[in-house]
Design a protein around this ligand. Structure first.
Ligand SMILES: *[C@@H]1O[C@H](CO)[C@@H](O)[C@H](O)[C@H]1NC(C)=O
Ligand SMILES: *[C@@H]1O[C@H](CO)[C@@H](O)[C@H](O)[C@H]1NC(C)=O
Length: 277
């Protein structure tokens, strides 16, 4: 029962992600991709049944050589570096979800600030982060190059995405924000426009509550920008309601509590920063 509703939720999420609501209504989740490809290219699928290997030109799985032009290379590369602040500023307030947690950690504010601004904290403590890339063993700052704060993330244990982040506000040890976007995900090639409308922002507020005690409020926003179509808005709302927000409501308190336990345990500096600090 629980597993069936989970499967249904995941199917809904995949439909939403792909923005193929019409296809999802007519096909089971397993035939979703085939359905899409059939819709895109009915001939390729028909020919599979007749002369599969006779005509190598039409065999859909035959190899190809493609040389990307400098323009194509630049287009794909720009996903690592394009500015995310305008996207946040163009967010649709009606498609903005907010989640806040507060926890007290027995460490000075600057120590907590440096630790939670180090992306290696995510695989240590965030349940869905598989690993991080770029600069991960030192605190990130506005000087960290664009595209060099990377997170490899598994949605609900099922769909992989690569996120990248960019620091906006930076007032150590009390305040910081950073913006995130998906730059690689399951289904993105056929639903790139839908994925591009989605963004996230993290806001960290720290207050000293004693000589060795800091209160950390972590606020996370998930949003769609105003370029989203009505169908994409519906798909995003469905995906947030069924899979993403419930998982975040569980993950956020687990994450801050893990960070607290970690930062109050001797030896954490070496575990987080390796030999760099
Ligand atoms: C965090 O700090 C910012 C900047 O000072 C402020 O605008 C915001 O209201 C604060 N948020 C919380 C939850 O304390
Ligand atoms: C702060 O408290 C933590 C946890 O009790 C302890 O490990 C750490 O040494 C303390 N730091 C200072 C500067 O007192």
């Amino acid at each position: 029962m629980a597993s069936a509703s989970f499967t249904a939720a995941v199917a809904v999420a995949l439909c939403a992600l792909l923005s193929l609501a019409e296809v999802c209504e007519e096909h089971s989740d397993t035939s979703l991709l085939q359905g899409h490809f059939a819709a895109v290219s009915p001939h390729a699928v028909e020919q599979q049944h007749s002369s599969l290997r006779q005509d190598k030109e039409k065999w859909p799985l035959s190899g190809e050589t493609h040389i990307l032009s400098e323009e194509e290379t630049a287009e794909y590369s720009s996903w690592f570096t394009s500015d995310l602040l305008p996207k946040w500023e163009n967010r649709n307030l009606e498609s903005t979800w907010k989640l806040q947690t507060t926890i007290t950690i027995k460490q000075p504010a600057q120590t907590v600030f440096d630790a939670i601004m180090t992306s290696n904290m995510w695989p240590v403590c965030y349940p869905n982060t598989l690993s991080v890339g770029g600069f991960s063993h030192q605190p990130f700052t506005p000087e960290t190059p664009a595209g060099m704060i990377l997170e490899k993330f598994l949605w609900a244990g099922a769909f992989y995405s690569l996120f990248r982040y960019q620091v906006e506000d930076y007032q150590p040890p009390s305040f910081a924000t950073f913006d995130g976007a998906i730059i690689f995900s399951v289904g993105d090639v056929i639903a790139q426009d839908a994925v591009d409308t989605i963004g996230g922002r993290f806001q960290y507020n720290l207050t000293s509550t004693g000589p060795n005690e800091t209160s950390w409020t972590r606020t996370v926003y998930f949003y769609q920008d105003k370029s989203a179509t009505l169908l994409q808005q519906t798909a995003f709302a469905t995906m947030m309601n069924t899979v993403i927000f419930p998982a975040q409501k569980k993950g956020a308190p687990q994450y801050v509590n893990c960070a607290k336990i970690f930062l109050e345990t001797p030896g954490w500096e070496r575990e987080l920063w390796g030999s760099s600090k």
